[in-house]
Design a protein around this ligand. Sequence first.
Ligand SMILES: Cc1cc2nc3c(=O)[nH]c(=O)nc-3n(C[C@H](O)[C@H](O)[C@H](O)COP(=O)(O)OP(=O)(O)OC[C@H]3O[C@@H](n4cnc5c(N)ncnc54)[C@H](O)[C@@H]3O)c2cc1C
Length: 537
Amino acid sequence: MNMPEQFDFVIVGGGTAGCVLADRLTENGRYSVLMLEAGGRDDGFWISIPAGFSKLLTGSAFNWRFQTEPEEATYQRRIVVPRGKGLGGSSLINGMIFVRGQKEDYDQWAQSGARGWSFDEVLPYFKKLENFEGGASDMRGSDGPMHVEHIKLRPELADAFIKAGVEAGYPHNPDYNGASQEGFGYYQVTQKKGRRWSAADAYLRRAEKRPNLAVRTGAHVTCLELEGRKVSGVTFTQDGKTCRVQARREVILAAGAVQSPQILELSGIGDPAHLTGVGIEIHHGLIGVGSNYRDHYCTRMNWRVTKPVTLNEQARGLRLMGAVAQYALTRSGILALGTGLAHAFVKTRPDLATPDVQFFFMHASYANAADRKLDTEPGMTIGVTQLRPDSTGTIHVQSPDPFAPPAIKPNFLSVPSDAATLIEGMKIARRVIAQPAMDPYRAYEMNPGDTVVTDAQWLEFARRNGQTIYHPVGTCAMGVGPRAVVDPDLRVHGLEGLRIADASIMPLMVSANTEAAVLMIAEKGSDLILRDARAAA
Ligand SMILES: Cc1cc2nc3c(=O)[nH]c(=O)nc-3n(C[C@H](O)[C@H](O)[C@H](O)COP(=O)(O)OP(=O)(O)OC[C@H]3O[C@@H](n4cnc5c(N)ncnc54)[C@H](O)[C@@H]3O)c2cc1C
């Protein structure tokens, strides 16, 4: 029998965190690293064009397209849970909005048991990872591999929305990733000169030039190999064959918040009661695996607009052809736009220390947000999301079959305070659009419509129409209690040779879209791994 190949480190998942790890762990040339990615290479036509977001969201070439289980609180709807598939992972198909979150998020991580992850301790990694167009400061970095640009498109309708926010009493905030998050302004995006800049663009291109990195695509990891309490390697399938590979030092799971807990459970690591129920032999009991699922639930309100100043008319016919030509020549215009244009971070109650609701403003409207087909008449949309929901759900395998999708139960709106915050957020959005700056543009509210006025009606609208905005986290949470899966050094509790570094380790949701936090986790995780490797030498 052939001996399995050996590497110092084996990274499972070539996504957002995986690309960072592959780069940082090979940088000093001392360690051999293998990265296994179930999807393919990141060479799709729509990937680099920001407006390709809709195609990537609804297509399946680079998207696992999971679904939630039907749940009563959201009227038994199966909500699509897109996840990136291919080198770059979800950074390959995401909306490119770059938000770090609030200082208090990370301070709460540290207070909850994630020692070493307070804001002051993670800020150096946020600065290290970025090349911010606005330049370096005590809060921002300009030497990192991840390009962060300002949105260049400034449509008059978005300017009016920001002005309306100021009229409603909120600050204008040109850098919500700086000292304070609160206020209205334009989003920052992970783009370079108008093109998507994924984690593969930022980290993997340069890392792949090194002889000590091997990358395998189409390599679906089916389980971890254990020798007693030590994880010694992984099994994967590629081209219909089953392969094994050994890790001399460590295996690092970076398969994301949906698939890292799935791989643990398939390997017999998880809640014994659940594993026994689905016929998987228990190798290591860890009750927290797959619990603490947190995600951002978003409702979309939209308005008919009085004049043709929106994407609805600009993205069709001759005007679209003009936009294509503009993008081809200058990498600007509506094709350089992903999902978010203008933002707001607001407090729903004056006694709050920091914002608890985020708005996504687009000068566009969709009859059905899930299929992303633009309306034909002018329209605008505000997506309203609660930043730090308390509702938690679960994700668990349903059988020992490694190719079967896991059961995702987000449990959206199960905590009454989450519903109250979302309702208040929607009322604020309506108040903002009622301001004088919007008078020339506002025709009428289409959804939910001004017949919706009581809290019960607002909640009904939210339950019937809300969607995920694709930020699942927390399913292998970092901490020290019995439900924690990894310790603050990202080592899986009770096992040797296994760490997790991806969105699944967040103990609590960050007040942000989640890519920036994942990049930070992988940067800091790489430092922790290298520190321990040096100490062991
Ligand atoms: C449609 C969409 C829009 C989003 N928009 C934004 C946004 O605008 N801004 C923002 O900040 N965040 C956004 N996010 C969230 C953000 O992109 C993710 O939180 C982040 O990229 C997750 O990184 P990760 O490394 O944890 O997982 P991923 O980047 O998803 O990487 C996991 C990788 O593991 C691979 N994998 C999984 N299972 C296996 C297996 N068994 N074997 C081998 N490989 C495997 C996957 O194919 C994937 O490549 C969005 C996400 C999506 C899906």
